[in-house]
Write a protein that binds this ligand. Structure first.
Ligand code: VG1
Ligand code: CO
Length: 542
């Protein structure tokens, strides 16, 4: 029986960089998840009888919201829902499933790199039929609907068994519980030379993958251990846990410290990697050699042609604005276009659909390609492995050669977390107010060449996105970028992105912190970070 439940709007359901993310306690309020899901459905047209993909990263509340979404999808007229067994689907696997099944769209339950558990974060994101995050015009419509919603529809039914593979009925709707891993692993096998990687591993190459007790565990075990023959202790923290073992599933130098330490030890494996809560990010650390995500994008783009899936070359490279310009130099050398987009994967979808770019990346450890419409952690690891197998060189050697060819973009991101929102807004406001006075002025970073607030015009549909981050560009090509995070759930997070380019005949062997120190001072001088936030230092440096 379909129930129509009266409700009132919540005023805080505006999707951020990647879906709606809130504390679990917020999502547990009566009608909260239901309101948002109904607002998503109300913003779509023509889904009657069509297929919806449903799954998440296994965090606390995942299973409960899956039951709600199933009953609401049935009540709202979807014809079929594909659910990852146990409610599990990594974000890239969900993207692939949407595409391969011809689904109308998908609901992805995750707060990605944010921690999980009863006192931590949960999230819901809607992806469209190309498998990618809903573009801004859709998320704007969803938000508008959340402010006007008066009722939602839900089927009055028993909970559905989501753990047993197979097909069942819920009202008029069919539910298929599918293997979350197999189809995705097959896709990976179609893109990369598994034989060459297997041979590399058989020759003694060692790797370590930290799944951070999040969703990639089952994928990594199947792909690295079962299909590629890596030893059975390759994947660490392989079981997805509702609270990620109380860790923060963000693969960076702070939260993946254990992996970092292992990779810096005298007996380190040849290659180390980690992924985040929902499996779309990747951290790459070679033996004694950390690779910044921006450099990783550049190296992958420069070498992708060595792998079967990309043997014909790349159509273009796209990177988010704060991501370093390392990939730009590769695009230049390859003679292909480079696109600079705002932060967040939703901006890459149109470029990928239009065949304008093949590889995309973000400084936040996200890299992906046109094989799906999300960033993809395991894909990036496999592309690295395939390149290592083709070149038979170590990560450190590959990085050194890359910098000698292209020069080096020293890079770091400084995060100031949990700042009072009004203070963060005031900082950005003050910065914007002085933008026009900066060009020509000098500070510790050198002479400012230009300063602006990044705006993006999508070349495929001409839609404009403004206020995407303040950029201060120096005459020597260095830059400092400031923006506020759109994924946090506590106060505001200020991200400061710092970059300095040194040409191939310059000093390529500095410690990043030393190379960037003058620009870090410049950031403080220009934005008075400590004055506005009361913080002398960032909490996280990646
Ligand atoms: C962050 C990253 C951004 C990424 C987004 C979603 O956004 O900076 O590059 O696309 O997270 O990643 P923000 O607005 O907090 O800077 V995930 O893996 O959390 O879905
Ligand atoms: Co993620």
């Amino acid at each position: 029986m379909i129930k129509t439940v009266p409700t009132v709007p919540f005023d805080d359901q505006k999707p951020g960089t990647s879906g709606l993310r809130k504390k679990v306690r917020v999502f547990q309020q009566p009608h909260y998840a239901e309101n948002f899901i109904q607002s998503v459905f109300d913003s779509l047209e023509g889904y009657a009888g069509k297929t919806l993909v449903l799954g998440g990263d296994g965090r606390f509340l995942n299973r409960d919201v899956i039951q709600i979404a199933l009953k609401m999808a049935a009540a709202n007229g979807f014809g079929r829902v594909l659910v990852g067994q146990g409610g599990i689907l990594s974000t890239p696997a969900a993207s692939h499933l949407i595409r391969s099944s011809g689904a109308f769209g998908g609901l992805l339950l995750s707060a990605s790199h944010n921690p999980g558990g009863p006192d931590e974060d949960f999230g819901i994101k809607y992806n469209v039929s190309n498998g990618g995050p809903a573009p801004e015009k859709v998320t704007d419509a969803i938000h508008a609907r959340t402010l006007a919603i008066a009722s939602y529809k839900i089927l009055d039914a028993e909970d559905v068994d989501i753990d047993t593979p197979g097909t069942s009925q819920l009202g008029d709707m069919t539910i298929e519980i599918v293997d979350p891993v197999a189809g995705y692993a097959d896709l990976m096998e179609s893109l990369f030379d598994f034989g060459a990687i297997r041979a590399l591993i058989a020759d003694g190459f060692t790797l370590s993958f930290d799944a951070m007790s999040a969703v990639t565990g089952p994928y990594a075990v199947e792909i690295f251990e079962n299909r590629l023959g890596a030893s059975k202790d390759t994947v660490r923290n392989a079981i997805p846990l509702p609270d990620f073992g109380r860790h923060h599933p963000d693969p960076n130098l702070v939260h993946a410290k254990e992996l970092y330490d292992r990779m810096m030890a005298p007996d380190a494996p040849d290659f180390g990697a980690a992924s985040d809560g929902d499996g779309d990010r990747n951290l790459i650390i070679g033996r004694h050699c950390y690779v910044t995500p921006s450099d990783s994008l550049a190296v992958l783009a420069a070498n992708a042609h060595l792998t079967p899936g990309y043997a014909l070359g790349l159509k273009g490279i796209a990177r988010s604005m704060p991501t370093s310009g390392a990939a730009d130099r590769v695009a230049e050398k390859l003679g292909i276009p480079l696109y600079e987009t705002p932060t967040g994967w939703k901006f890459f979808g149109n470029l990928l659909d239009a065949g304008m770019t093949t590889i995309c990346g973000e400084e936040s450890a996200g890299t992906g390609s046109d094989h799906v419409r999300e960033k993809d952690g395991i894909w990036a690891v496999l592309l690295w492995l395939n390149i290592l197998a083709a070149r038979r060189q170590g990560v450190a050697q590959i990085m050194a050669e890359h910098w000698t060819t292209y020069g080096r973009n020293y890079y770091a991101r400084h995060d100031y977390e949990a700042i009072a929102k009004d203070k963060a807004d005031a900082l950005m406001e003050a910065l914007r107010a002085k933008l026009s006075t900066l060009p020509g002025a000098s500070n510790s970073g050198g002479t400012v060449k230009s300063a602006d607030d990044f705006a993006y015009a999508d070349p495929t549909d001409q839609s404009i996105s403004r206020n995407q981050g303040v950029r201060i560009l120096f005459e020597d090509g260095s830059r400092v970028v400031f923006r506020l995070s759109g994924t946090g759930t506590e106060g505001a997070t200020l991200r400061v992105y710092i970059e300095r380019y040194v040409a191939s005949d310059g000093d390529l062997g500095m410690a990043a912190a030393d190379a960037l120190a003058p620009l870090v001072r410049a950031a403080q001088e220009v934005a008075d970070i400590s004055g506005f936030t009361g913080m002398e230092k960032p909490g996280v440096i990646t």
